[in-house]
Design a protein around this ligand. Structure first.
Ligand SMILES: Cc1cc2nc3c(=O)[nH]c(=O)nc-3n(C[C@H](O)[C@H](O)[C@H](O)COP(=O)(O)OP(=O)(O)OC[C@H]3O[C@@H](n4cnc5c(N)ncnc54)[C@H](O)[C@@H]3O)c2cc1C
Length: 386
């Protein structure tokens, strides 16, 4: 599915997937019929959602996370300006009812302040050396106000499951030959009835986790076929705001990826002027290949061309996030143009023992966002425990 619904404006933001509800809310019920224990690999949106659901159902589980903290691609930077900068996931592409659906606490609303765009917000396209300006039109995506996806999970999900997460636990192998599966890190071994794998697809492409027996051929082909886009973001603080809400670059062919500059301070309770750069796919390679000392000059030169002589004189500071070199991620997400059957095959469970959840292992309706990582975790837990 190419998700053409969003290609006009939303696609240019790198925000993929039609708006959907993520499925029915689960009530806080125990699942007496399920007596096993579950190992979840990865503490991003999917792993945390799966763990939280299991906690609510009274089922024994552990989350093994390679990194020293949770969040995965919801990583934020808290000390750049006076609001959190979303280095990965930044927009809400699913409607705000999702917060209550994830938190799933009767009578408690997971209130998070968000802001939407209006038709009058300004939008530009940089094409053939010219900035063509227009109004933004209809854009249903929302931004967090002085908050983030990371903050949502930190506030509503982590307190319930913090003690069940083991950090610096890089899973190296899953042996599912017996009745129980054996999950190994460098120093530990865990035995589980079911394993939920939520690592980014690049980790499976690079065979960072050995499966015994090997995954089915169809699954291996899907892992091989799916293209993981490179990902690069930068944030530049300026003295003055001289840019519209978004500026898109025309990418040819469009299947190669997306590049946008955007007002990262949009809707924030802040006087700071921060411009974001979002690049995925081929264009991200160009930025990612720059020497760190050269990034600032490159971006300022690019911006000075679009906004003559406004970027350099207004520059205050910048920060970059190269997702393609981020340990245990090594990319942005699978291409928006992936065949939906490939995505479904990536999600399919193996032998009722190994399950796959996360933004690249979905039902195939959409992928590459927090909301579908959450939905796929919910689907895996339902498949295992009912
Ligand atoms: C540049 C960029 C912009 C984005 N913008 C948005 C946006 O605006 N809105 C939106 O909704 N989504 C956005 N996304 C996508 C969103 O960030 C992801 O879809 C979502 O965070 C994925 O969650 P996940 O749990 O599937 O994977 P991850 O968050 O990647 O979590 C997987 C975890 O597995 C861990 N891991 C890896 N290997 C191992 C191992 N061997 N053993 C143990 N642990 C391991 C990793 O450390 C990581 O913590 C963006 C992503 C990028 C990169």
């Amino acid at each position: 599915m190419t998700r053409t619904e969003f290609l006009q404006v939303c696609g240019a933001l790198g925000l993929s997937g039609p708006l959907r509800n993520i499925g029915t809310s689960l009530s806080n019920q125990h699942s007496p019929n399920y007596q096993g224990n579950i190992i979840i690999i990865g503490a991003g949106a999917a792993g945390l959602t799966a763990g939280y659901m299991l906690k609510q159902r009274g089922i024994s589980f552990k989350i093994l996370e390679a990194n020293t903290s949770y969040g995965g691609r919801m990583k934020v930077l808290d000390d750049f300006v006076d609001y959190p900068i979303g280095l990965g996931a930044e927009w809400i592409a699913s409607g705000t009812l999702l917060f209550d659906q994830i938190a799933n606490r009767r009578g408690v609303s997971a209130q998070i302040d968000t802001v939407g765009y209006t038709q009058d917000d300004k939008y530009g396209v940089w094409y053939n050396g010219k900035l063509v300006r227009n109004d933004l039109g209809t854009l249903t995506y929302r931004r967090f106000v002085n908050s983030s996806w990371f903050d949502f999970f930190e506030k509503f999900i982590i307190p319930e499951i913090a003690q069940d997460i083991r950090y610096e636990s890089v899973v190296q192998s899953i042996d599912y030959t017996g009745n129980k599966s054996v999950v190994k890190t460098v120093i530990s071994e865990f035995v589980a009835d079911q394993v939920i794998v939520t690592v980014p697809l690049k980790m499976l492409k690079d065979e960072r986790i050995r499966f015994n027996p090997p995954l089915p051929k169809k699954k291996l082909k899907a892992i091989d076929d799916a293209v993981v886009w490179d990902g690069f973001k930068a944030f530049i603080e300026f003295k003055e705001k001289f840019y519209p809400a978004f500026v898109d670059f025309v990418i040819n062919p469009e299947t190669d990826g997306q590049v946008s500059y955007y007002d990262a301070s949009f809707g924030q309770n802040s006087k700071k002027n921060v411009l974001g750069l979002f690049a995925v796919g081929e264009p991200a390679k160009k930025y990612g290949a720059l020497h760190p000392d050269d990034v600032k000059d490159y971006l300022l030169a690019e911006l000075d061309e679009i906004f003559p002589n406004q970027a350099t004189p207004n520059y205050l500071q910048h920060v970059v996030q190269n997702w393609s070199t981020e340990p245990y991620v090594e990319g942005a997400y699978i291409s928006d143009y992936t065949d939906e059957r490939v995505v479904r095959t990536l999600q399919a469970s193996v032998d009722n023992k190994v399950y796959f959840a996360g933004d690249c292992y979905t039902s195939g309706r959409d992928w590459g966002n927090v909301h579908n990582a959450v939905a796929s975790a919910q689907a895996s837990v339902k498949e295992i425990v009912g």
